[in-house]
Unconditional design. Sequence first.
Length: 433
Amino acid sequence: MAHIVVIGAGLGGLPAAYELRHILPPQHRVTLISNQPKFTFVPSLPWVGLGLRSLDRIQLDLAKIVPQHGIEFIHDAVMAIDPKARQLSLSGQTIDYDYVVIATGPELALDAVPGLGPEGGYTQSVCNPHHALLAGDAWEKFLREPGPIVVGASPAASCFGPAYEFAFLAHHVLRQKGLRDRVPMTFVTAEPYAGHLGIGGMAKSRWLIRKFLADREIELMENAAISHFEPETVHLVDGRTLPFKYAMVLPPFRGPRFLREAVGLTDPKGFVPVLPTYRHPTFESVYAVGVVTQLKPVEPTPIPIGVPKVGQMTEEMVISVAHNIALELGVISGRPFKPTLQAICFADFGDTGALFLADPLLPDAEGKRHRALTMKGPWVSWMKTGFEKYFMDKMRVGWTMPWFERWALNAIGLPLVESIPMDASLNVSHPIP
């Protein structure tokens, strides 16, 4: 009997536990460990930050839903991992494992920019539930005393979509409330150009984002490095300053401290290097999925930025990892899987929305993809709302990727995984220094 432990119960961790439980026979134990009591559908947090969605609507109580699917749940924080001994130290106990799936999500590197963040700083964030609630409280106060708004992403940030979404949603809300003419808006991004998105741009993303910004009279400052924040002032490295009454700026990410402190497990920023199978290149019992995995930048940029790991990519990683662990345990036969790293993103902009499709997310050496598509229209907003409900329902009933969803994606040429030779060892990440 093997014991498989999943660390983290977010968009990667909870589906990983479900997929492992689905594919493995009952004699194998699956344990889910989370320092959070609830699952949160993170893509909806920009709505929470603007008062457009209650947090309760996008959360599930893990202690209620996880055990009913044959998975052990531990609500505790992992303090240390010993990948050689295959052991986890929690705040209240020690856990031995045969395999561990690291799905922690990121730690917010708020200290990378002085004054960044809602606690100890002067800006808001929508990267976790607590910050989204704080952003919503600050937004309600701002609506009573409006002024300049700054939205954007700091140097080394990797997930730019929520920043654009927040800016356009804020514009929409302000128009509805008759306040837009009293609120100068500026979008500040470390991307070399708006619509780069950390992936070298795609299809008409640069043109589309610029048009959205211009049509809404949102000033754009691209390839801009934020130096620090003071109360109601943004300072850029080149000496420029911007006033604000409300600022939502996305921080850079890094891996959690307990990962960074494990010798040889991560890169200096705490991201876990992986093979195509998403197994660690050194520690054979360690797998990783989601934001905590290490992917090299698509291209050098004047201001260093990261690569986004979007939800669909994470689901692809989850399916691959569960399959590969089952393969190693002899539960199934065949070849290992690797994720295709194809991505579909829905962004709600209020009165309209944008869909981005990248096949795959990372272009080849010549900067090309098999497919890249950008579309816009109100239907995208409706689709995002529908997908939120669908995903929450999946998490309630214990599904990761049901057959009909896989069939639909295959039908439009977006398979989630592909098989690879048994001896595949090409590392898709940076080597550990």
